[in-house]
Design a protein around this ligand. Structure first.
Ligand code: SF4
Length: 411
């Protein structure tokens, strides 16, 4: 087999990394990297976008160390039985590429994952060597996100977290039953105990850093995970409940949802087509509601047919339409909790409403200056000079407010 050049490896291994959503790449037109070149392209050569702990959007080189893998997870293009071109970077090649791209200002950091070769410990050791060399040999101050191998030794996992800003372990599927079915070599217990151990040590290190800034950082941007949506028959209710448990038990910063994409020569166990991308989008919106808007999963999913989120309207609007009796809400009097439940109001607008109304009574125009659009919002609020007309029932109001299909495509 002819030796691949570094550039050829980069094409193979950045393309192979595209299925991992745990480094968000929102806002790009295409999900694939090969062919996505050109001035201003955000998709060429594995550049993805993620968010730093301070909220900045940063570009990362997103690659696999290798797409050789001894496991045979049926949903994965890199599984051992898959007929794809294989490549493997050396540790030195990844270090050199990262430094080279960083110095040219193409990237602000690295997202590195890998197929499993030889053993979990061997693979984890190679990933750690990349991060260690970047930090210790080259004093690299950029962002590093390392994907961890849950069955690797705790010593290696801890070492990875010493050099990385963020680490992640994929739970892969919404239930352990599906994991056993689709990824029989992955052990749910290993995943749980690796995530649990990380949580403890991340919390301890954060407390230590509070006491002394000289204490070593230990994955200061926390841990995250990814779940594939639409490969099994899990409902949105099951997925969101699993996420709520993961956030609660392991203090995750993010659960990423990745809509299953059919792969070449896929197993008959898998669906033939992908779920609508809007499903992934609605799950992110619902996830956001549970983390920042005070919603419980049960509330978001109550009366949702078949345990699935409505694709036509966002989950907050869907909830408000099912609870017409709780609206309209007086923005000059309501508690923060209730303001957060009004469709069209984000956390920042709610805080500004609370600050402004201490000094004067708000009119519709005042609220309009805080939001992008009053079209939906005005149906759910009362201000000093506005009250919506005769209340429509939820279904008729939904027909009026739901985005048209062409608008949905832009969301
Ligand atoms: S372990 Fe499974 S999911 Fe990960 S690269 Fe190998 S086959 Fe793919």
């Amino acid at each position: 087999m002819a030796q691949l050049t570094t550039l050829q490896k980069l094409e193979v291994l950045s393309d192979a990394a595209k299925y991992d959503a745990s480094c968000a790449s929102s806002g790009t037109a295409k999900r694939h990297s090969v062919g996505g070149k050109g001035i201003g392209s955000t998709t060429g050569s594995g550049i993805c976008h993620s968010y730093a702990p301070d909220g900045r959007c940063i570009s990362l080189l997103k690659i696999l160390l290798t797409n050789f893998c001894s496991y045979d997870c049926v949903f994965c293009i890199n599984r051992s039985s898959s007929n794809v071109q294989r490549a493997r970077f050396s540790v030195e090649e990844v270090v050199a590429l990262t430094l080279n791209f960083y110095k040219r200002n193409y990237i602000e950091g690295l997202f590195l994952s890998s197929g499993i070769i030889r053993s979990p410990d061997y693979t984890m050791g190679e990933l750690v060597r990349v991060a260690e060399s970047l930090r210790l040999d080259h004093d690299f101050r950029g962002y590093i996100h390392l994907k961890l191998i849950p069955s690797a030794s705790q010593e290696l996992i801890d070492r990875a977290a010493l050099f990385a800003d963020r680490v992640s372990i994929n739970v892969e599927l919404p239930s352990e039953t599906s994991l056993k079915r689709f990824a029989p070599e992955k052990q749910p217990l290993d995943i749980r105990s690796a995530m649990g151990g990380l949580k403890l040590r991340i919390d301890e290190a954060a407390a230590e850093r509070e006491r002394s800034k000289r204490a070593p950082a230990f994955s200061p941007a926390g841990q995250s995970t990814q779940m594939i949506v639409g490969a099994d028959d899990a409902t949105d209710a099951t997925i969101l409940q699993r996420s709520a448990n993961l956030y609660g038990a392991y203090g995750l910063r993010r659960v990423y949802y990745s809509a299953f994409s059919p792969i070449p020569d896929s197993s008959k166990q898998l669906p033939l087509s992908e779920p609508p991308l809007m499903r992934e989008h609605r799950l992110y919106q619902a996830d956001w509601l549970t983390r920042f808007y005070g919603f419980e999963v049960d509330e978001i999913m109550d009366a949702a047919p078949g345990g699935m989120l409505d694709l036509a309207v966002d989950p907050k609007l869907a909830w408000a339409l099912r609870h017409r009796g709780r609206f309209p809400v007086d923005v000059n009097r309501a508690e923060r909790e209730m303001l957060l439940r009004i469709p069209g109001l984000g956390t920042r607008s709610v805080d500004r409403i609370l600050a402004m109304r201490r000094f004067r009574s708000l009119r519709l125009e005042d609220v309009g200056r805080l939001v992008r659009s009053l079209r939906v919002l005005r149906q759910f609020i009362v201000t000093s000079d506005w009250r919506p007309g005769a209340a429509l029932d939820g279904e008729r109001l939904k027909a009026q407010l739901a985005p048209k299909p062409q608008q949905l495509a832009l969301l």
